[in-house]
Design a protein around this ligand. Sequence first.
Ligand SMILES: *Cc1c(COP(=O)(O)O)cnc(C)c1O
Length: 232
Amino acid sequence: MLADNLRQVQANIEKACKSVGRNPSEVTLVAVSKTKPVDMLLEAYDAGARVFGENKVQEIMDKYEHIPSDVQWHMIGHLQRNKVKYIVDKVSMIHSVDSLRLAETIEQEAAKKDVKVPILLEVNVAEEESKFGLKMDEVLPLILEICDFRHIEIKGLMTIAPFVDDPEENRDVFRKLKKLSVDIAAKNINNTTMSVLSMGMTGDYQVAIQEGATMVRVGTGIFGARDYSVIH
Ligand SMILES: *Cc1c(COP(=O)(O)O)cnc(C)c1O
């Protein structure tokens, strides 16, 4: 069943790409495995998933040893500075950088471990109060402050779009983030590529792809609904 879900999501990604003349190889599927047990991650692994997204440091720590090492772990959730040290050499990307202080901590901890960490800046495009992330006009100033850090690589932008019934309602959010990434890329800033645009979740990843997403983060669509009551 999980393998079928994964295949269905992959087929939907291909279809969305084709609808706008994009090559499906431009889009990376992040299988969002938060709250799901190791055996389900292994099932997804056997079905071909190699990029897993988690939003809690503790869950990455708990699952890390049990999953084959050719998997990439992406930290997609709000990251507390005192926990950066636990994952800085385990994750392939941090999607949720939204402050100078967090970027500084990642830089310091990555330096200690002698690694370079690819990061995305999280943007709260719709300016929802409940959400973390930078405002659109805060992104460039932050990049200019951190682009000389030697242990991070600024790879692009991420957003969590509002929860909506009709994914079309988020098209404008995705368009705005794409435009911001194009504008920033045109400035040719040191250590900054804007090659990654992480946007789109189960409810809206096809629309996000049509608007330029290069990474979609799909949880429910692969693993089924989450039961938070079993998490301690
Ligand atoms: C949980 C989560 C997702 C996946 O959400 P689904 O709606 O289950 O696909 C994607 N991105 C982030 C940042 C998340 O926390």
